[in-house]
Design a protein around this ligand. Structure first.
Ligand SMILES: [Zn+2]
Length: 469
């Protein structure tokens, strides 16, 4: 009798609570449940059976499964134990060059002997659009939600980024010789200024300057860009301390300064700068980098493929330099997803340091997320799964044969995963790839357009005697 009464009382109590509980539930747009959440916050908090809640374009809650009782979402993604982590950030690429991928991979002095002549013949608005569409799809399918680009006709790249729904910093190239969209550096600067004016208020696109390198621009041009970038508060992306040719040319110009010292001496090393590669640098250069608060893009696969050397990226990371992973363009690193860099970043730094414990997986993942966000000065918006940040989130399949089992998610991501393991990609709160289907663009059409363009590339390559296959 006593038991019955207790049961009845508790049943009544829960009935009474029901309407109250449901009305008290907070509304959300998207909730990801049953997830192994890698937040990549300051403490590197992991929720083994976690939940991420999104409203509009922001993360409004991250935590354990109890969050499911507090929120009522329009859409629920039950990911069945998969890894949920911040979207990857590719800090350096030339997305449109996908249409040139696998051409003349091992030609010596390739940039000057092959790439610049090839670009002179083939870079156009169409080429930039077709290549960017293809590269965007590759990146989204590889878990990249934000990228930093340096190329020509960046207004065309911007249209593709807007359409697919990614986030990007797009840098219009400035270089001293005639190129497809400018006859000289001054015209390049004008082009960049128009582009910056057009896109400065876009919610997902940050327009920027991209002087190609110190040795392919004059001191005056580099100084002018630096001054304009500070006035307009836009980033400047540049290839820096990348090659011995550059080191020699800059030493000639500056009475023996290194590229980093030279940039500092002309007042062009500042918080708006993102230097790609940074291979040929010493401790003094690193001190200048730290003092300037500039960002660094570390592109391991491109750097070792070109045999240019290994950047002291681990030292920079350990000394709190703003440094993140990049892929470089698809003619250099050949793939655009930073997941495919992870393995090489970990292993080459171990080899160089002759230390198995050097560059552990958690540092690699940090450099692909928060480190990359810091390199681009976007750490207050992206790079980790924390309340208030923009909802750029990826889901990694942990049931694929190459991922089973996952005792340590960081190790699994760095040593086992590949870009094909990305299951869902969410940018700005919107799912843009679900179960590997692109939701905002037509992947087949984009691939076909790229294949059609390869006919033009083949004809040009075969016609040209200077091009080596
Ligand atoms: Zn590059």
């Amino acid at each position: 009798m006593k038991l019955k009464r207790t049961l009845l009382a508790s049943a009544m109590a829960s009935l009474a609570l029901l309407p109250f509980a449901s009305s008290a539930m907070e509304k959300a747009d998207l909730m990801i449940t049953d997830a192994m959440v890698l937040t990549m916050n300051q403490d590197k908090t992991v929720y083994e059976s976690g939940t991420v809640v999104v409203k509009d374009n922001k993360i409004i809650a991250v935590g354990d499964a109890s969050l499911e009782k507090r929120y009522k979402a329009e859409q629920v993604l039950d990911v069945d134990g998969d890894i949920v982590m911040p979207g990857l950030i590719n800090t350096h690429t030339h997305v449109s060059m996908t249409v040139f991928r696998s051409l003349a991979d091992d030609v010596p002095d390739r940039l000057h002997r092959y790439i610049f002549p090839l670009e002179k013949k083939l870079v156009s608005r169409d080429m930039v659009r077709i290549g960017a569409n293809l590269g965007n799809v590759e990146m989204v399918k590889g878990g990249v939600t934000t990228y930093a680009d340096m190329y020509y006709f960046e207004d065309e790249v911007a249209k593709t980024v807007d359409k697919i729904g990614m986030r990007a910093i797009l840098g219009e190239t400035v270089i001293k010789f005639p190129v497809a969209d400018a006859a000289n550096a001054e015209e390049g600067i004008k082009y960049a200024l128009n582009f910056i004016e057009e896109y400065k208020d876009h919610p997902r696109i940050t327009p920027a300057f991209a002087p190609h390198a110190p040795y392919t621009n004059t001191t005056e041009v580099l100084q002018k860009i630096s001054k304009l970038s500070l006035e307009l508060d836009v980033p400047v992306m540049i290839h820096l301390a990348e090659s011995h040719r550059e080191v020699e040319k800059i030493a000639e110009r500056s009475e023996g300064l290194s590229p980093v010292q030279y940039m500092d001496s002309i007042g062009a090393l500042n918080k708006n700068l993102v230097g790609a590669h940074m291979i040929l640098i010493d401790d003094h250069d690193i001190e200048l980098v730290k003092k300037s608060d500039m960002g660094v893009a570390h592109n391991m696969s491109a750097n070792i493929k070109s045999a240019k050397g290994v950047s002291p990226a681990l030292q920079m990371y350990d000394e709190n330099v703003r440094i993140g992973l990049g892929t470089d363009g698809p003619m250099s690193g050949n793939t655009l997803s930073t997941i495919d860099e992870f393995n090489q970043v970990a292993k080459v730094h171990k080899l160089v340091n002759k230390d198995r414990a050097a560059m552990p997986p958690i540092k690699v993942i940090d450099m692909a997320t928060m480190g990359a966000a810091k390199a681009l000065h976007m750490e207050d918006k992206i790079g980790s799964l924390e309340v208030g940040k923009l909802a750029d989130i990826i889901v990694i399949d942990t049931k694929a044969p190459n991922m089973v089992p996952v005792y340590n998610p960081y190790s699994a991501l760095v040593y086992s995963a590949n870009s094909g393991n990305v299951r869902h990609t969410i940018v700005d709160g919107k799912i843009i790839m679900q179960d590997r289907d692109m939701l905002t663009v037509n992947e087949d059409k984009i691939r076909q357009e790229a294949l059609d363009f390869t006919k033009v590339v083949r004809e040009t390559v075969i016609e040209s005697g200077e091009v080596v296959q």
